[in-house]
Design a protein around this ligand. Structure first.
Ligand SMILES: Cc1ncc(COP(=O)(O)O)c(C=O)c1O
Length: 389
């Protein structure tokens, strides 16, 4: 028997493979420090957990409307309107089990074979995977260290063609921690005003900006009507396992994407949606405390990495990742990933897990305790001091 040919076009997320290998080594009795993780090591705020439990007890245990329950669509529309200084109608907001489904369904709903999709590279690996799955052509927009891991408007302009159907943007970014500055967004909005394409702006790390305020491309110009503005609960509210995300959609995509939902997951668990309402409308003090802790760890990680032989690291402006340059170690990113995992007991991801422009870099997640981060940096030092440069 053979599996479908189309699956050869579907990629994956190396993070899950590295996690599996790290767990296998742990099962053999090896110590492992996990810096490969893309999720906050904090608990979901207690009032959110309580709202989810209450909803279960109150009978939110059945199917619900496929686009999402009205209370959450309204809360999400209000949050997006407030935080982006725009007006989002709740009728445009869809709720899904995570932000990820919007990447999958957003690309499927907009792209035909032969269309071009511009996407950040290094970037979240699912972008390139779903572009290929849709039969569209991925066009990498390089995010360079020399540019603070943002992109230059000229680089975007050069890649726009009459075939460009969708432009995917991500700020703050995974894996680099880069943030697109407001002045760049202003220019991007002007550039895209003249191009007939959709925009998918992935802003799941929007609350994790360390210098200044988050800026959304959707806040500039007149792009909202062709923008999928993507947000989630996984990162901001430490809710990765709840599987809950939302997006404001261009009006004509609301029905087709809902139809994709109906064909796939039917609806998003309503009790979890009630927890989402509590998250978006309740106190933010636990979230703020988590972000302050990330800010302190950022300094620990960046200073520690810069003190390692052959490693240099610019300060990430957002999310909870550092993206150190390891090219002076003489090792490829993949080799360093493997040696750290197998020999040093430190799990972190090669930059190439996020695309070809990630060669020469590693992604270090600082969603781990300061003690573990310090121990991991020590193990990295021991390994790098053994590597002949
Ligand atoms: C940039 C980016 N977008 C989307 C997602 C998916 O988030 P969710 O857990 O809400 O599906 C992630 C998760 O790592 C991410 O890093």
């Amino acid at each position: 028997m053979t599996i479908a040919h189309s699956l050869s076009r579907l990629g994956t997320e190396t993070a899950f493979e590295v996690l599996a290998r790290a767990k296998a080594l742990e099962a053999q009795g090896r110590d492992m420090i996990h810096l490969q993780i893309g999720e906050p090591d904090f608990d979901t705020p207690s009032h959110v957990v309580e709202a989810g439990c209450k909803a279960l007890r109150d009978g939110y245990t059945h199917y619900c409307p496929a686009p999402g329950i009205p209370a959450l669509r309204e809360a999400a529309a209000d949050y997006l309107s407030r935080t982006r200084s725009i007006t989002v109608d709740p009728g445009r907001v869809l709720i899904a089990p995570g932000a990820k489904p919007f990447l999958f369904f957003g690309v499927l709903a907009t792209c035909n074979p032969g269309d071009e999709v511009i996407y950040p590279n290094p970037g979240f690996p699912i972008y390139e995977s779903v572009i290929r799955w849709a039969g569209a052509t991925p066009v990498a927009l390089p995010l360079l260290e020399s540019n603070g891991f943002a992109f230059r408007v000229e680089d975007l302009a050069e890649r726009l063609t009459p075939k460009t159907k969708l432009v995917i943007l991500n700020s703050p970014a995974n894996p680099t921690g880069g943030v697109v500055p407001r002045e760049v967004n202003v220019e991007v909005a002007k550039l895209l005003a003249d191009h007939d394409c959709y925009i998918l702006t992935d802003e799941v790390y929007s609350e994790m900006v360390y210098d200044g305020e988050h800026d959304s491309i959707a806040s500039h110009g007149d792009l909202l009507d062709r923008t999928i503005l993507l947000e989630g609960f996984s990162k901001t509210f430490a809710m990765t396992g709840w599987r809950l995300g939302y997006a404001a959609m261009p009006p004509e995509l609301v029905e087709p994407v809902t139809r994709l939902f109906i064909n796939c997951h039917s609806c998003t668990p309503p009790a979890y949606q009630m927890a989402g309402v509590a998250a978006l409308t309740g106190p933010m003090d636990e979230v703020r405390a988590m972000i302050e802790e990330f800010r302190a760890r950022r300094t620990l990680v960046v200073d520690g990495l810069n003190a390692l032989p052959g490693v240099s690291c610019i300060e990430p402006k957002g999310a909870f990742y550092a993206f150190p340059n390891i090219s002076e170690t003489g090792l490829s990113a993949r080799d360093l990933q493997n040696q750290l995992l197998e020999d040093a007991g430190v799990a972190m991801l090669a930059g190439t897990a996020f695309g070809e422009h990630g060669e020469g870099y590693m992604r270090v997640s600082y969603a781990n305790s300061p003690a573990n981060i310090t121990a991991a940096l020590g193990k990295m030092r021991e390994l790098l001091e053994r590597v002949p440069v």
